[in-house]
Design a protein around this ligand. Structure first.
Ligand code: HAM
Length: 422
């Protein structure tokens, strides 16, 4: 029989890996709550037009990476490639603009993009993201960037750089775009085939193409910074000043244009030196027009998302090693009576709040103790027929090998006092 395998670029997270993921998620959750963000849970699929209209019809994501299919009634639906569009849709649908305080949300969850799978690039990947809706103030940008930086620092990730750029207002880019296109058209033959196509559909994306030939050409290209209005310059200067105030290190990157079309003014990305080609661990920016584009009231907004697979790859073992180990009791019940009393003891330990396990395949004390060791249990509670006859059990400390007789009724108390004695 052929064995059914998982889909390419869609990974299983096995129990050995989930503790590091929990650690990352807990750090993100802790910091998000300190910064006044609240959790939102949005659907995994939405109508296709939501993504096409927000992310932009000529972006890589919408052009070639979306998982889109027809629902049974013929509606075109898409597995979410990111979380901003859905969050904004929910914000509008539930009239959150009417609430007179800033709406600050965070979310976790799987995202779907049909990209070529490689280390750190998956087709189903996971993001933690935040969206701060309602404030057109450089301090809101500083706040989300600081939150991003605090989470990454808390996780002891090293070799990170925060790159930041000013995309200006839409009107600034309308001035800049023809200048850039004129220049790129002159250089067209030297561009990679993808960028030759982009010159007409999405010329700014040529600026962050990674191929050496395109990089050489765009190095000499007119810069967006030279087309920015005074308002955009002053806004960005305040963001940078704010980052200085809260001591978040950054470096300016005039090529950072991002792969989604909804951004204006501040855009940023955190890259890691030791991640290889897929080196962006998190990214975001301001998107002041998106809520209106999707039919909502004018609502300035800023946010970011981090890729949890990439964070997990960077998380130092030393950080994972610090995870507290739960004290687990292994119940070794054997013999005709012991197996029955063992089952009761297992259940009682759990009802009393202590993790307890057993391997029901083991029939002798020796095999039970071997399993207790393998499972990393701190104690083994030995219950054979002899113990049942005496109404006791034997509690064995698996580290020190010291054994104590215990009465089953006071087991929990005895374990607590043993632990306190260590
Ligand atoms: P993004 O840059 O498309 O932005 O994705 C954010 C992060 O998700 C990336 O920096 C990367 O770590 C991770 N990521 C993206 N694609 C993949 C993939 N195929 N495999 C593994 N990880 C991946 C957004 O998604 C925006 N919604 C961010 C945002 C929120 N902007 C404003 N608010």
């Amino acid at each position: 029989m052929t064995v059914i395998k998982g889909i390419k670029g869609v990974k299983d997270l096995l129990p050995e890996e989930t503790p590091r993921w929990r650690l990352i998620e807990e750090a993100a959750r802790r910091w998000a709550s300190r910064y006044g963000f609240h959790e939102i849970r949005i659907p995994i699929f939405e109508v296709t037009t939501l993504f096409a209209r927000s992310i932009g019809a000529s972006t890589d994501i919408v052009e070639k990476e979306m998982y889109t299919f027809q629902d049974r009634d013929g509606t075109s639906v898409t597995l979410r490639p990111e979380g901003t569009a859905g969050t904004v849709r929910a914000y509008i649908e539930h009239n959150r603009a009417a609430i007179p305080v800033p709406q600050k949300y965070f979310y976790f969850g799987p995202m779907f993009r049909h990209e070529r799978p490689q280390a750190g690039r998956l087709r189903q990947f996971h993001q933690f993201g935040v969206e701060s809706l309602g404030m057109a103030d450089p301090r809101a940008d500083v706040e989300v960037i600081a939150l991003l930086w605090r989470i990454l620092s808390d996780l002891d990730l090293h070799g990170l750089t925060l790159e930041i750029n000013n995309l200006g207002y839409t009107s600034d880019r309308d001035v800049y775009r023809p200048r850039l296109v004129t220049y790129l058209k002159q250089q067209e033959s030297g561009l990679c085939s993808n960028c030759r196509r982009r010159v007409d559909v999405n010329p700014l994306r040529v600026l962050d193409c990674k191929t050496p030939e395109c990089r050489a050409i765009t190095e000499m290209a007119p810069r967006l910074a030279d087309s920015l209005s005074d308002g955009a310059r002053s806004y960005f200067a305040q963001v940078l000043a704010g980052l200085d105030v809260v001591k978040i290190p950054y470096s300016l990157n005039h090529r950072l244009v991002r792969g989604l079309d909804y951004y204006n003014l501040t855009t940023f990305e955190v890259t890691a030196t030791n991640l290889g080609a897929q080196n962006a661990v998190g990214a975001g920016g301001r998107y002041d027009a998106l809520v209106e584009t999707l039919g909502g009231p004018p609502t300035p907004a800023v946010g970011f998302a981090i890729g949890l697979e990439r964070i997990s790859m960077l998380l130092p073992e030393s950080r994972v090693g610090k995870l507290p180990q739960e004290v687990t009791v292994y119940v070794a019940g054997f013999g005709s009576q012991g197996t029955v009393v063992g089952l009761t003891a297992l259940e009682e330990l759990r009802l009393a709040g202590l993790p307890a396990v057993s391997d029901f395949r083991s029939t002798t004390l020796k095999t039970h103790l071997r399993q207790a060791d393998r499972l990393g249990c701190r104690f083994a509670l030995i219950i054979g027929d002899d113990e049942v006859a005496k109404g006791t059990g034997v509690l064995r400390d698996m580290e020190t090998k010291v054994q104590h007789d215990v009465t089953l009724s006071t087991l929990r108390l005895q374990i607590s006092s043993l632990l306190a004695g260590h």
